[in-house]
Design a protein around this ligand. Structure first.
Ligand SMILES: *Cc1c(COP(=O)(O)O)cnc(C)c1O
Length: 389
């Protein structure tokens, strides 16, 4: 006896995205028997040098897309590691000069928990509160700066709400104060143009699987890497300029750079596509049920929306939709617990709005018909739940 299990439609793209065929093809070619199996650090022989050349080309590609030098890109296992290395690496290497860091209450756990670990080691961290629109006020950053502040860490685009920070103004302010600025760009890289040549960001984290690359791949941009002191977290063979030991995962690096290249080459088309998807989706929902959008839509990424539906809890809705539409109530690492979203709470959202919040993510691979179907599934689920009440 066999039963056909149909996959629900996938709309949790803020959590992760499907790999692009182009990326997969490059990775498979790299991993195949006549691919690139040498160790990129073994420069005594041809297979090693061939792998080193592939890594160098990927580094150059990433740098070209981001407007920086190839030597400023350090490959990691993803944004969690990049965030850890940026924040701990800077703090531990500069502890003699200062012990104060600034971040916000709406950062990803890989930033927040890294800061908390540093607090246990004697560092002092200011956690800024966002306004109701979902972003951090410039004035608050300014007021939090101290003479012993080493680093400010703020995200580009929030992974629960899609709200984007006014980064250019913040970056200028922080640069003028002579403080280092780290940006978690996991939800922005590939999707939005980030020109490191024109914006004074010192450290920037990227995760490949948020823009149709492989999981377990990412990078950290480090401006003036030769001059900026960073304490490594992983010791060993001295790969990645001595800052991140371990044999380089050639195929992952190829996947990251191919995903970046692909995203950059179709950035505008993808952007206008998701703008359209999001507006069709919200329009279709709003015609039939009462929804509330969290965060100011004018500062929101079109790749994501966070909504509550009157009288409906997120857990119940997600369960009703289980076979039809995969969506989530927040960050993957914290869902599974019944905790409400700390991001929305920090924005001052409470009560039913807080417990009903779900996020829906759009991607280049969704069609208008997909989003209309998803909206219809949600509407039917809500009607079913209202009848049960
Ligand atoms: C996904 C994500 C991360 C973690 O990235 P990984 O590559 O999965 O470690 C960090 N910050 C934000 C904002 C994210 O969305």
């Amino acid at each position: 006896m066999s039963s056909v299990v149909t996959q629900p439609m996938y709309f949790d793209t803020a959590s992760t995205t499907q790999i692009a065929q182009e990326v997969l093809d490059e990775m498979v070619a790299c991993l195949s028997s006549n691919g690139c199996h040498g160790n990129p650090s073994s420069l005594m022989h041809q297979p090693g040098r061939a792998a080193a050349a592939v890594v160098a080309a990927a580094r150059k590609q990433m740098a070209a897309e981001l407007g920086c030098e190839a030597g400023e890109i350090l490959f990691t296992s993803g944004a969690t590691e990049a965030n850890n290395l940026a924040i701990q690496g800077v703090a531990l290497a500069h502890a003699e000069q200062g012990r104060h860091l600034i971040t916000s209450k709406i950062e990803h756990k890989s930033v927040l928990e890294t800061c908390q670990a540093l607090e246990r080691q004697g560092f002092d961290v200011t956690y800024l509160t966002p306004n109701r629109a979902g972003w951090i006020e410039l004035e608050d950053v300014k007021n939090a700066l101290r003479t012993d502040t080493l680093l400010v860490s703020l995200m580009h685009t929030n992974n629960e709400t899609g709200i984007q920070q006014p980064l250019e103004a913040v970056a200028d302010l922080i640069a003028n104060a002579g403080v280092l600025f780290h940006v978690d760009a996991s939800q922005a890289a590939g999707k939005f143009r980030i020109d490191l040549n024109s914006i004074p960001i010192d450290l920037l984290s990227i995760s490949a699987h948020k823009f149709h690359g492989p999981k377990g791949a990412g990078c950290l941009f480090i401006r003036n890497r030769r001059r900026l002191k960073i304490q490594p977290l992983v010791f060993g063979g001295g790969q990645e300029f001595g800052l991140r030991s371990g044999t380089l995962a050639t195929h992952q690096i190829v996947g990251l750079s191919e995903a970046m290249h692909l995203a950059a080459s179709r950035r505008d088309a993808d952007f206008f596509h998701v703008v359209e998807l999001k507006s069709f989706f919200l329009e279709r929902l709003a015609m039939q049920i009462k929804i509330k959008i969290h965060g100011d839509p004018r500062c929101c990424s079109p790749y994501l929306v966070n909504i509550s539906i009157a009288g409906i809890s997120s857990d119940a809705l997600i369960n009703q939709l289980l076979n039809d539409v995969a969506i989530s109530s927040g960050a993957a690492c914290s869902s599974g617990t019944i905790d409400s979203s700390y991001v929305l709470r920090a924005m001052g959202i409470d009560g039913d709005d807080l417990y009903g919040a779900v996020r829906i993510g759009f991607s280049r691979y969704h069609t208008i018909s997909d989003v209309l179907k998803a909206a219809q599934h949600i509407v039917s689920a809500v009607h079913r739940m209202q009848e049960l009440d």
